[in-house]
Design a protein around this ligand. Sequence first.
Ligand code: 6CS
Length: 297
Amino acid sequence: MTGNISRRNVLRGAGVAVLGATVAGWATGCTSVAAGGPASGAASNLLEQAKSQGFLRVGIANEPPYTQVGADGTVTGCEPDVLRAVCKRLGIEEVQGIITPYESMIPGLNANRWDVIAAGLFMKESRCGQVLYSEPVIVSTESFATPKGNPKGITSVAAILSNPSLRIAVLPGGFEEGVLKTANVPASQQIKINDGRSGLEALKANRADAFMLPTLSLQALAADDSSFDISAPLNDAPRTGSGAAFRQSDAAFHKAYNKELEAFKATPEFAEILTKWGFDASVVKGVTAEELCKTAG
Ligand code: 6CS
């Protein structure tokens, strides 16, 4: 993405649990945003306010290729890059990222800590009931990382369920935890970890036998580490997708965003962004948020 949109803005969100405690990480001297956000209180016209103040705050995770924060604070990744491009078409010049765990993204959005989520927060029934998702930008699959050679032969969620001695590392409040819950995998078999790196560390330390995360995220994590195998996409984990997620009170913004997103998806730039991050733009063609919001969990 080019143009004068700043890509060097990230805050380290302390998560909603510690409301408002953000460690300013602005890399371009942008004004920090008050904890109350651009429009605390009553519902507001977020689009006009974001245009007038010149930026939109986005909740992200820093899990490439979905979201990526560079050492210099550059916010990229498939979802922020698409968000930035559509925001530019809407007249919003800057996107500022706030890093937060997946489990805090929707509570933080609804607490006005950020204005939108663009993190690969996968659509499913329970989430679609709390936010307004844009039409999907990507469609995604889930995989397991295992120690090289997959010594315990773990190739499905069912295999975890059928062997109570197997331990699966998973992010708390993440989509994968929901898949395990839907499959009735007991909490006693789940090892909660904070991020991708700690998931691989759990495998290395033999605290877990497999680590569940989106296929492309695991491939990115293990790209330079030959001590892990990444499974093919799991047949017994739902294929779903993601797009930007807005507050239900920001329906006007959501409508305007979807209109511009639809036009953007028809441009070569959209496919260039997805290809750059390893996604196949053709896979999301014709897929709707309505369809993906039927994903159980
Ligand atoms: O939607 C989620 O919760 C999952 N999305 C990504 C991109 N990574 C892990 C997370 O659990």
